[in-house]
Ligand binder design. Structure first.
Ligand code: GLU
Length: 552
């Protein structure tokens, strides 16, 4: 018996002709420099912000180089698979503009010429590559039980040797093909291990596109490539899949750096070309002065659903991710707030090699800017679905008269210097509630501001002109105030305040207070125009009834 017989016994229905697959999934016909990369999650159905960040980077690099970004489902760890996991991942990412050129749509369908893209559907392919290694004597079946492996470990600890299944310590490495053949025929259970050709004494170098040169020890462990359940391990599937799917770049979390020596060795032993690697550092958080990794367990902002729930536009989340992806993006964005963010050229060099700080306050600021630049129409379209879910009353009021609502939203918007104080859709209510009669509570606190209602009625009845532009409006109210002994000259007022009823701006503030119960609001002239003369008059009367006569 030789290695070929052994390989045949293990995989009787599989061909070890790996060239078949290399021809079947040929090199992609793309322009020089095109990046082919992938997102390779387990289908647990949960995309967290770190994964979104990684996919943003992956997709952007692929897109900007006219390459390909595909989805591959790594479900060989069957315990972690959940129902509809694939659809949930696709839907979650789509909300943040992360879409795939290729990959599964669900468990049964996929697009792209390099599929199937679900690992459990690729068993035969892995077996072919394993059979090839077995034939070469570069892999072998291992019959050790868990107890035996634990015992090896115990002895290694005692002898202060490197812990693991390797070299002299690895009993099944030494089995002859005959012995292995016999044990398999006898029905002994086994896994398949790589026959490592490396030694920890030797060093290898990873030229990481983000982190630079990293020196690591060569892999000397006879790592498992095929588990008892017949599925490959991550390491083996990574090498086979990324080869056959023709990935040029592996962009993944930096927790994988320590296993790079295994991957390098696998590529070498299979005679395959190694892709480029870019390892992304985890997102960090400043937790009351101490810096730690963002945590799924501790941080609600880790979940994608969080952003929808607080009413953060997904576009703002994406812009924020761009600012942490490349340190020089933000400056560019401030200069080009209206441009497509993908016009900025993202590079691996400008990525943080130690970990980007995730700062939700900064995301809020970015969002204020983003929402500030929206038109009333756009804001309406985006906010309404949020309100439908989170504020049924405001949703009803918004949608009862969309034209009116857009008028309200247009205040301080669609101009050179838009107001920027809405960060999340739930902030809208605080800005506009008093523009809706149903929400207007007539709840003034008379100690806040003294109001001359007769004066305001006079102004609204006789002076207010809804067709005046804001400059004209300003001139007119100033002139009116002046006629009623309100100082139009601040200096003169300061000299002899007792000679005046007040400053002319007090007239504006009284009006503002009566129509909104607030001392600070959006632009007053616009508020008056959108409310209209009758509703303003009504509010003044209401004020009079409610407050006038009270002691000031
Ligand atoms: N399935 C691996 C994970 O969940 C993918 C790592 C990679 O991108 O290669 O982290």
């Amino acid at each position: 018996m030789n290695n070929y017989d052994l390989a045949e016994l293990i995989f009787p229905d599989v061909s070890s002709d790996i060239a078949y697959y290399l021809t079947k999934y040929p090199e992609r016909n793309l322009a020089e420099g095109a990046i082919v990369t992938r997102y390779a999650p387990s289908p647990t159905g949960f995309v967290h912000i770190g994964a979104l960040f990684a996919t943003f980077c992956e997709r952007t690099f692929a897109k900007q180089s006219n390459g390909v970004f595909y989805l591959r489902i790594e479900d060989t760890d069957t315990k972690r698979t959940i129902e509809n996991g694939i659809e949930l991942i696709i839907d979650d990412l789509k909300k943040f503009d992360v879409t795939f050129d290729e990959g599964p749509q669900n468990e049964n369908e996929y697009t792209g010429a390099y599929g199937p893209y679900i690992q459990t559907q690729r068993k035969k392919i892995y077996e072919s590559f394993i059979k090839y290694l077995l034939e070469q004597g570069k892999a072998y079946p291992c019959f050790c039980t868990e107890e035996e492996v634990n015992e090896i470990r115990r002895r290694q600890e005692e002898a202060e040797a490197s812990i693991g299944y390797w070299g002299e310590w690895a009993p099944c490495r030494k089995l002859s093909p005959d012995e292995a053949y016999e044990r398999i025929q006898r029905g002994d259970r086994y896994i398949i291990r790589l026959r490592s050709e490396g030694s920890e004494e030797n060093k290898i170098v990873l030229n990481d596109l983000i982190k630079g040169e990293i020196t690591l020890p060569e892999n000397q462990m006879d790592i498992v490539i095929r588990k008892q359940d017949g599925y490959p391990t991550y390491h083996f599937a990574h090498v086979v899949d990324d080869t056959l799917m023709r990935s040029t770049h592996i962009i993944r979390g930096d927790e994988w750096i320590s296993t790079y020596p295994i991957h390098k060795q696998l590529f070498q032993m299979l005679g395959l070309k190694e892709p480029k690697y870019a390892h992304i550092s985890p997102l960090l958080k400043n937790d009351n002065g101490s810096i730690r990794k963002l945590s799924k367990r501790k941080d609600p902002e880790c979940a994608m659903s969080y952003y929808g729930d607080i009413g953060m536009p997904s576009e703002a989340v994406v812009i924020y991710l761009a600012t942490i992806a490349n340190s020089n993006f933000e400056e560019w964005y401030l200069q080009h707030p209206k441009e497509d963010i993908y016009n900025f050229k993202f590079t691996f060099e400008a990525m943080s090699s130690s970990g980007a700080m995730f700062d939700i306050v900064k995301m809020y600021n970015i969002s204020k800017n983003y929402i500030g630049e929206l038109t009333a129409e756009q804001l309406y379209e985006k906010a309404v679905p949020f309100l439908e879910r989170h504020d049924p009353q405001l949703f009803r009021l918004f949608t009862a008269d969309p034209a009116y609502t857009k008028e309200v939203l247009r205040i301080d918007r669609e101009n050179e210097k838009p107001r920027k104080d809405i960060a999340v859709y739930s902030d809208i209510k605080a800005q506009v509630w008093f523009m809706f009669d149903e929400l207007f509570t007539y709840d003034w606190d008379s100690s806040v501001r003294k109001v001359d209602t007769a004066l305001l009625l006079d102004y609204m009845e006789n002076v207010f002109d809804p067709s005046a532009d804001s400059q004209q409006w300003f001139a007119e109210i100033k002139e009116f105030a002046g006629r009623h002994n309100y100082a139009v000259d601040k200096k003169a007022y300061k000299k002899n305040p007792e000679e005046y009823a007040g400053l002319f701006s007090d007239v504006c503030e009284m009006l503002r207070y009566v129509v909104s119960t607030q001392t600070r609001t959006m632009d007053l002239c616009s508020i008056l125009k959108v409310l209209g003369k009758d509703r303003v008059l009504e509010r003044i009367h209401r004020y009079q009834e409610k407050v006038d006569g009270a002691e000031f």
